[in-house]
Every structure is written in C-alpha cells, then in structure tokens.
Design a protein around this ligand. Structure first.
Ligand code: FAD
Ligand code: SIN
Length: 542
C-alpha cells in the first residue's frame, strides 16, 4: 500500500513550551498557505514542560536587586565557563519581553498581596528572580495557557493542524543536506506518513528516560536527538547531564517526583539520618550549584547514609500555598512535612547538550531547526542554572519565528535519491522486523547500565563497560530501520542517545560541571572545546 503523504508550510515536532510557543507565534505573524502541523507523540499537554515546578527566570526592571549582568554572571558561573557569553546575554536581555508575552497569552504568575510579582530563589542564583505559577505548578500553568491558545483561539488555531499520538521517526534530508520534512508513525492506526515542508522544527525535549531514575515523564526518550544523529546533524556537549539533587525517594518505587529546589530556596535544609547538615561548609550551602549538591548527596548515599530535606521549620500555611503539589505528594506517601523529613536522592533531570544550534534554532542541516531542551545553544555550558530552560524555550522560539518571517517558505516536495531511500525503509513491508518480545526488558537493562556506569560519577572503565553493554543490547534488539510499535522506536532512540552520551563522556577526560570523571586529575575551569563532531561519528557508526 503506498504511504500517505501531505504538505505543510511548517512542521513542529513536540508540544512542550518550545513547540507550542513557536506554533502560536508563527500562526500570529506569518501567512502560511499550507499551514502549520503540530505533531506530538502523546497528548498535546504531555511533556517535560508540564511538570516544571520552580519557575522561569525573569530579569525584570521592577526587581531592583537584579540586573542582566548579575544573571549573566550567575549563568556562566553555574555553567563553569562553558556557556556562550553572547547567547547568555541575549537570552537574559530578552527575558523581560518573554515574561510579558506569556502574560499576554494568559499565564498568571503568582503575586503578593500588593499585586507585585513574587520572585523566588533557587540554587546558584545570587538574587530572587524566579517567577512561578500556582506555587509549584509553573510548567502546568504555562502549558495550559499555551494549549488553550493553540486549540481554541479562533485566529491562532485556524492555521494549526494537530496530530496527537504521532511519532516523528525519521527526517527527510536530501543529498544537498536540506531537510524536506519527516516520516511519522501514528501509534493508534499504525500508519506511516510522509510529511513534506520547507521548514521542520524539532521541539522534542530531553533525554531523561535514558536513566533508571529520572524526574522526566515517559515521553522523554531523546527522540529528537536520535533523529538528528540519524540525519548527521551536529551534536554538542552530550556528556553534560544534569542530575537534580532532590527527587522524592520512596522504597520500592523507582519513580522520582521532583522536590523543587525552591523548597531549599525557601529555607529547607539537607541532612542525613544522623541530622548532620552536610552542606553547611559550602559557601552557598544548600543552594550550591546542582552538580555540587548532587555529588554531595551521592557521597552520603554511597556511605550507606540516607538523605532528607528538613522543611519542618517552614511555616505550614506558607508551604501549602507555595508548594501545594509537593505537599500533597508527600501526604500521599505518609510524609507530614511539618514533622517528617522528606527522603530524597538525585535523579536525571536535564540534558545540557543536544543538537548544535544558533540562538534561532538553526542547525547544521538546512531548513531544520531545533529549539528547547533538544537543542544546544550553549546557554547552559556544563551545568544549567535553575529555571533558565523554560526561558530559553520561549526566547529561542521567538527568535526562530523572527528568522522565518524574513524568508519565503515555498512548497517542498523535492524527492531525490536520498529521500527516496528513507521513504522506502518505511513503505516496504519486507523491511519490517518481527515484533520483539523483550523490548521493556532491554529498556530496563539500558537504563540500569546508564545509571550505574554513566551517572553522577564516571570513569573510563565504567564508560567502556557501559558501551559494551549497550552494544549487546543493540545487537539483541537488532532493528535499525522499520520497527513494529512506538516502544521499539523509543528503544531504538534510547540506544542512539546512550551511545552518544557515552562517547561524549569518554572524549572529555577532565571533570567539569555535571560531568564528573573520578579518574581525572584535572578539573577544567576555563572555556575550552565543546565535544562535537568526533562523538557524532563514533555514535552513528558504533
Ligand atoms: P518538552 O516540554 O519536553 O516537550 C517535548 C515534546 O515533544 C512533548 O510534547 C513530547 O511528547 C514531544 N515529542 C518527543 N519526541 C517526539 C517524537 N518523536 N515525535 C513527536 N513528538 C515528540 N525548567 C525550568 O526552567 N524551570 C523549572 O522549574 C523546571 N522544572 C522542571 C521540573 C521537572 C519535573 C522536569 C522534568 C523538568 C523541569 N525543568 C524546568 C526543565 C524544563 O521543564 C524543560 O527543559 C523544558 O520544559 C523543555 O521544554 P521543551 O518544549 O523543549 O520540551
Ligand atoms: C526545580 O524546581 O527544582 C526545577 C527547576 C529547574 O529544573 O529549572
């Protein structure tokens, strides 16, 4: 049966804050004869963005103690000097506009009794500058407002076609390195579709599911990164995975609900079972950069200690208003935050690396853009400053639309040899591999290997062992092209992403930021090279 095909002016893959915001802006500002396709692998609102708790950075003139230069300095210090100064400055300077624009779209940031915006504090920020919604429901608040616009605003929604439960599985890149669209797979109908467009935007989020313990939801399987790798896009800094220090850790439960850093920002302290306040010696105490706190907790856990957040001295009425979801989640687990300590441990949280892009999302493949967590603009360097990622999603999506406005988006149905080869992989029934029975077992194995050997602390031998294990998983899995279902495609992507992280981590022999090599003697402090092309080559050919 011939594969279904369609044409749009712009394809956006992913409906987190980056994808939704780009769709809204494009629909508002451009005349797009073939419309926008917004395609997402689950329900529209399911993504990392939805679970963001702490908030979004806003460097606003009314917040007198703050300034662009202070935010830039904090970002670069947390990123251990590996950030791109111009990118940091640009994103900081545009934060005020981004916040005002979100408000215009119906995001109600929390305010005090005088109706002034409430600013909170998180690790490595030198002043209170983080805005939040519904206390600890910032992502939910923003996502909800943007989904409402995309679905129900009469003008905006009229230009947008939405595909839910649909996975982008390959990019259509021609022999001149131009992206002409994607191949998609509908999880409900099992149908493949060739979708052409002069512009394709990846907004597919991060890679958290590559690890056994993560704060990220199940959709976060690094798909965009794998699409980029398969199409030879340049990839950068994949050794830098941020482990959030404080995820709720309940015995016999592998899920890791986040306990926001802003709980520490409001005064909670980290202690072990003996009551030792082990962050007390650090100049920034509990609010030291995330990589530092995560390693301290890891060291405690490695000594068979248990680690807790002591929030008992935060006024309970304040706790309930500021952190309603955290309060309820703790109660569900029989933890009364007024008298019980909250058991916590680190979990994979954010990917600083990704598809190498400019600030407007431009990648190394023509007509292909990447924004949000899937992209690496070098805002975050070796360790992301808390609450900078939602800001990056909005500012980069805005810049992307500013770039596209200046272009003529002509219909694109150019099919050359290279594109035909990609299409054939999915249209040809002979290519289909027999359904694999042990996909979830292989996934569990992969996640455990990555957690144990490519986690908070790495060595060359742990990384080599991990590569060998992942190679075994890959050969047991077998499939490279056409899979039978969404889980198989996700496993295919997780294998690509794992190898890419391992190769990057092997390449960087010194410790810096979130990449800690226990076998390194040198701690890198200065702005040196980012890991790029070598990693890509070895990942794709491995
Ligand atoms: P996402 O929001 O993850 O969206 C990705 C989208 O792509 C999803 O819709 C997904 O279904 C879709 N998708 C993925 N693959 C495919 C595919 N193959 N085909 C089709 N669709 C696909 N950052 C902050 O700045 N402040 C915070 O307070 C904060 N708190 C956080 C709390 C938690 C628990 C987590 C997990 C993250 C937090 N972060 C926070 C990080 C931040 O939420 C993310 O970096 C950001 O939301 C990423 O947005 P995004 O639009 O790039 O991706
Ligand atoms: C948190 O609330 O601790 C998460 C904030 C972030 O990841 O930026």
């Amino acid at each position: 049966m011939p594969m279904k095909h369609s044409t749009y002016s712009v394809i956006i893959v992913g409906s987190g804050i980056a994808g939704l915001y780009a769709a809204i802006k494009l629909s508002e500002t451009m005349n797009l004869p073939d419309g926008i396709l917004l395609l997402t692998k689950s329900q529209l609102a399911e993504c990392n963005s939805r679970y963001a708790q702490g908030g979004i950075v806003g460097v606003l003139p009314e917040n007198k103690p703050d300034s662009i230069s202070l935010h830039v300095a904090d970002t670069i210090k947390a990123g251990c000097g590996l950030c791109d100064f111009n990118v940091v400055k640009f994103i900081s300077e545009n934060s005020c506009h981004a916040i005002k624009d979100l408000m215009k779209y119906g995001v109600n940031f929390d305010r005090n009794e005088q109706n002034q915006l409430n600013f909170t504090l998180e690790g490595a920020h030198s002043v209170r500058r983080i805005l939040h919604v519904g206390g600890d429901a910032t992502g939910y608040g923003i996502e909800k407002a943007l989904v409402e616009k995309v679905k129900n605003d009469p003008v905006i929604s009229s230009n947008i076609t939405i595909y839910e439960q649909t996975l982008a599985i390959d990019l259509l890149v021609d022999s001149k390195n131009k992206c002409r669209g994607i191949i998609s797979f509908n999880d409900l109908t099992q149908e493949y579709e060739t979708i052409y467009a002069p512009v394709t935007i990846l907004a597919t989020g991060g890679t958290g599911q590559v690890y056994k313990y993560t704060t990220n939801p199940s959709v976060t399987t690094g798909d965009g990164l794998a699409l980029g790798l398969r199409a030879n896009a340049k990839i950068k800094d994949m050794e830098f995975i941020q482990f959030h220090p404080t995820a709720l850790s309940i015995e016999n439960d592998d899920s890791r609900f986040l306990i926001s850093e802003s709980v520490r920002g409001e005064g909670a302290r980290l202690v072990n079972q003996n009551g030792d306040y082990f962050m007390s010696e650090h100049p920034q105490k509990d609010l030291a950069p995330r990589d530092v706190v995560a390693r301290e907790i890891f060291a405690q856990l490695s000594k068979a200690n248990k680690v807790y957040l002591d929030a008992t001295f935060i006024d309970i009425e304040k706790f309930k208003t500021r952190f309603p979801n955290i309060y309820n989640k703790c109660l569900e687990n029989n933890i009364d935050v007024t008298k019980d300590f909250i058991p916590v441990s680190p979990a994979a949280h954010y990917c600083m690396g990704g598809i190498k892009t400019e600030i407007n999302g431009k990648t190394s493949i023509d007509n292909l853009y990447a924004i949000g967590e899937v992209a690496c603009t070098s805002l975050h360097g070796a360790n992301r400053l808390a609450s900078n990622s939602l800001l990056e999603c909005v500012v980069c999506a805005y810049e992307l639309v500013n770039t596209l406005v200046k272009q003529q988006l002509l219909p694109s149905q150019i099919i050359d040899e290279s594109i035909m080869t990609t299409i054939k992989k999915y249209s040809n029934e002979e290519n289909e591999q027999a359904e694999i029975n042990n996909v979830s077992e292989l996934m569990d194995k992969l996640k455990t290997v990555m957690w144990d050997k490519v986690g908070i602390i790495r060595t060359e031998s742990s990384l080599l062992e991990a590569m060998s294990e992942i190679n075994k998983i890959a050969s047991e899995f077998g499939a490279v092209d056409k899979c039978s279902n969404i889980e198989e495609y996700e496993l295919r992507n997780l294998i690509y992403v794992s190898k890419c992280i391992i190769n990057s981590a092997l390449e960087r022999k010194e410790s810096i930021g979130a990449h800690f090599r226990a076998d390194s003697v040198k701690i890198q402090v200065e702005n040196e090279l980012h890991t790029e092309d070598k990693i890509h080559e070895s990942t794709v050919t491995a």
